[in-house]
Design a protein around this ligand. Structure first.
Ligand code: GDG
Length: 743
């Protein structure tokens, strides 16, 4: 696998709810069963190809086995590079049947009415995630890449991050991430997204899921998002779309193998199918395979099939639907209910339409072997896949890969993630029985040429993006974040750099400290008026400024009046409006440069127009600038309007010699040439230089970092790329650093 050669981590810890195998003891002998389901099937090649250790729940509690047996079982797991987690029965029930499958699964699939909001389920979920985190911590070796899977472990990334801060953590969600309007129903919504954001990379099947997730992060956690990057303050988290593929060759080869088996040696299943066709050669089979889950749209499919038989009676006696519903989660009440509904519908349809030698639906409530599955894919003219919601749906892809004779039609729900890639399928709305019935008729009468044409386009795409490519892309993307972290770590202000800065500070008689205010000394507030200096910061700044050797300059984009109100009683130098105004202690404000202001009359109405159309936003007028603030607006609307306003201002700015600044949730326009860098340099030209330190957090501070004399110590708050020499995590760290400047 050539694509796996580059950028390979020494070892991958795969962490998922279940292991790919379940090992027990039956009559004193080891019994090994392969797990069924999308995740296990999909990750199998990864487990085979890389050096991995797969951590997951064994399905049992420790006490289920006598201790001698447990050891044998654990060794057998180890031999397969698996590490079982054992959970006490009641905790497992509340975690698995309860929170995972009774809360998250229905809600994320838009079954809000099925969702249970039970605190004891949530407690168990946290406890189990904690147990997994401890297990990961115990197994972790530096250099390992940790790949966590799916909705059972949403809070695990954060827990692991707390235990192993330097870990490289990727998370992949196999199910949909719902719209924020649905997600917000959860009482523990914030904890869940905070949990996920502990990862370095979060992968989804489709762009829509990513979009929903980012919107949720923005709304619940208020983090800035730049395309697919979440800026948490201390870390950068990336999201990415990785549509999961299948092991195409495995299905293709299995299908080829079965084709070559001579008639007499064919399996019993194949013989039974052949017998069905032999009774009437024009007979056709429609395949339906899923876990018996309410998200898979099985009742809808049955109702649509019934409609089809009514509407197109010429197919009665000629078309059978072969329906496999694999038992799943039968401890959960809604799964028992769906089973009853499906049983009844099958009974009703078969009762109504059956003929002596023809049954409309063959219904199997059990699982099949892999070869049987392939035999079914090969034998059915149509695959009818109608989930009401599905993260991806691998069955659709497996069906296509098994159709080596270039015939066969896929009917696929638009609610399956796979529909994004398989646009040549007959795409249907699963809630529209008439439409599905029409698609079945179309599929059954589709000319072979058209079938081949559609199939080959889809097959080519599936061959190109197989599951190993999916996995290697994901792993490479995590490795890229590892690289980025390494680069940014070189700038992080550590003990030794700090010592160097302080030594330099003490060597100099004079020191100038340029400190930005919002986002540097205090956290951003939704309402900027609420960002008043707290007693702690005032005390600290005064202790620094009281020393005659220190010049403490607050350099801010804020207007004169605010800085005056907050700080004029203190011995600080104040630079307002990005460098338009200067105030030395106990003297009035002076204008730093002569500047025209006529342009404001043209620009103000444009900004006000945006403020009117964007609830929560407002225009701030400063002496030499106008600023449109949207921190309190709907984050998504605000972001769109900011782009529009910036475009509009850009087209107007040229003629007036203006400059547009994009700060944190603010678009500001001002006379060009005024910036914190020029202002700081001018300030230094008026005062003996000595030691120079500048700390800032946002884009406007980059001017200082760039223009200040080379020997200055420039420090950026946060982890975004910067021209500053060093980076520091957050405002608390800034305060801790500043304490060292009290002599
Ligand atoms: C989740 C998401 C997403 C099924 N019955 C038998 C059997 N299977 C195998 C199929 C297929 C897998 O199970 C089912 O995968 P799906 O993707 O269709 O669905 P989920 O289990 O719900 O998986 C889903 C997936 O994760 C991956 O991210 O696509 O949206 O819900 O591989 O072949 N295999 C055998 N006998 C059976 O009876 N041997």
């Amino acid at each position: 696998m050539s694509e796996l050669n580059q950028n390979i981590p020494p070892r991958i810890l795969i962490v998922s709810n279940r292991l790919p195998v379940q090992i027990t003891m039956v009559k004193g002998k080891l019994d090994v069963k392969q797990s069924i389901g999308g995740l296990a099937t999909g990750m199998h090649p990864v487990h085979e190809t890389y050096e991995t250790l797969w951590i997951g729940w064994s399905g049992f509690s420790r006490s289920h086995f006598a201790s001698g047996k447990l050891k044998t079982i654990n060794n057998a797991y180890r031999a397969q590079d698996c590490l079982p987690v054992y959970l006490d029965e009641s905790m497992a029930t509340d975690y698995y049947d309860g929170f995972s499958n009774g809360t998250i699964w229905p809600l994320f699939h838009y079954f809000a009415q099925y969702t249970k909001y039970q605190p004891d389920y949530w407690d168990a979920y946290l406890k189990v995630n904690r147990i997994f985190a401890e297990k990961v911590k115990k197994e972790y070796r530096p250099g390992d890449l940790i790949w966590i899977h799916d909705y059972h472990l949403l809070v695990l990334p954060r827990m692991v991050r707390e235990l192993i801060p330097e870990a490289d953590i990727g998370f992949f969600l196999h199910i949909p991430f719902p719209s924020f309007e649905v997600f917000r129903l959860l009482p523990w919504r914030k904890e869940l997204v905070e949990g996920l954001v502990g990862s370095d990379l979060i992968g989804f099947h489709t762009f829509d899921y990513t979009r929903h997730f980012l919107s949720t992060v923005r709304r619940l956690l208020g983090y800035d998002i730049d395309l697919n990057r979440i800026q948490t303050g201390s870390r950068l988290v990336r999201t990415e779309v990785f549509p999961m593929g299948i092991d195409y060759r495995k299905y293709q080869n299995a299908s080829l193998r079965l084709e070559k088996i001579p008639e007499k040696k064919k399996s019993k299943l194949k013989q039974q199918i052949s017998q069905y066709f032999s009774q009437a050669p024009e007979r056709k089979l429609i395949l339906s395979i899923d876990r018996l889950d309410y998200t898979k749209g099985i009742p809808n499919r049955l109702v649509a099939f019934e409609k089809f038989l009514e509407k197109y009676p010429e197919f009665q006696g000629k078309v059978t639907m072969l329906m496999i519903a694999t038992p799943t989660r039968d401890n959960v009440a809604y799964y028992q209910q769906i089973k009853r509904t499906v049983d009844e519908l099958v009974g009703r349809i078969n009762g109504q339409f059956s003929q002596i030698n023809w049954t409309p639906i063959w219904y199997f409530y059990r699982s099949f072997t892999f070869n049987q599955l392939i035999e079914l894919y090969r034998s059915c003219h149509v695959a009818l896949i109608t989930p009401v919601r599905d993260g991806m749906n691998l069955v659709a892809k497996e069906y296509l890969a098994s159709r080596i004779d270039q015939s066969g039609v896929l009917i696929l729900s638009e609610m399956a993630g796979a529909a994004r890639e398989l646009s040549e399928a007959l795409i249907i709305n699963p809630n529209h029985p008439e439409e599905i019935a029409g698609a079945i008729a179309q599929a059954l009468t589709m000319p072979l040429e058209e079938q081949a044409e559609r199939l080959s386009l889809m097959q080519t795409r599936l061959k190109r993006y197989q599951v190993n490519k999916w996995a290697s892309d994901f792993i490479e993307a995590v490795m890229k974040t590892r690289e980025m972290k390494k680069q940014s770590r070189t700038k992080i202000l550590n003990e030794s750099i700090m010592k160097k800065i302080l030594a330099e500070y003490h060597r100099n008689k004079q020191a100038t400290l340029f400190l930005d205010y919002d986002g540097t000394l205090v956290q951003f507030k939704k309402n900027p008026d609420h960002a008043r200096p707290d007693p702690g910061i005032l005390k600290l700044l005064n202790q620094i400024a009281d020393d005659p050797g220190n010049r403490l300059v607050l350099i801010s984009g804020r207007d004169r009046n605010t800085l005056e109100n907050w700080f004029s009683r203190h011995p600080f130098y104040l630079i307002a409006e990005h460098g338009a105004w200067l105030k030395e202690p106990d003297t009035p404000w002076t204008q730093m440069e002569p500047i025209s202001r006529e342009w404001k009359e043209v620009i103000r109405p444009v900004m006000e127009f945006y403020a009117d159309r964007t609830p929560g936003s407002f225009v701030e007028e400063k002496t030499f600038s106008l600023a449109w603030h949207y921190r309190k607006s709907d984050p998504e609307l605000g972001a769109i309007r900011a782009i529009e306003l910036k475009d509009e201002l850009t087209s107007m700015a040229g003629g007036h010699n203006l400059e547009i600044l994009e700060g944190s949730k603010v678009i500001e326009i001002k006379n060009s040439g005024i910036n914190k860098g020029r202002a700081a340099n001018w300030f230094l030209s008026q005062h003996p230089e000595g030691f120079v330190l500048a700390i800032g957090d946002d884009w406007t501070d980059e001017y200082m970092f760039e223009l200040l004399p080379h020997k200055s110590y420039t420090i950026k708050v946060g982890s975004n790329p910067t021209k500053a020499r060093y980076q520091i995590v957050n405002q608390n760290e800034v305060r801790n650093l500043l304490k060292n400047f009290i002599k």
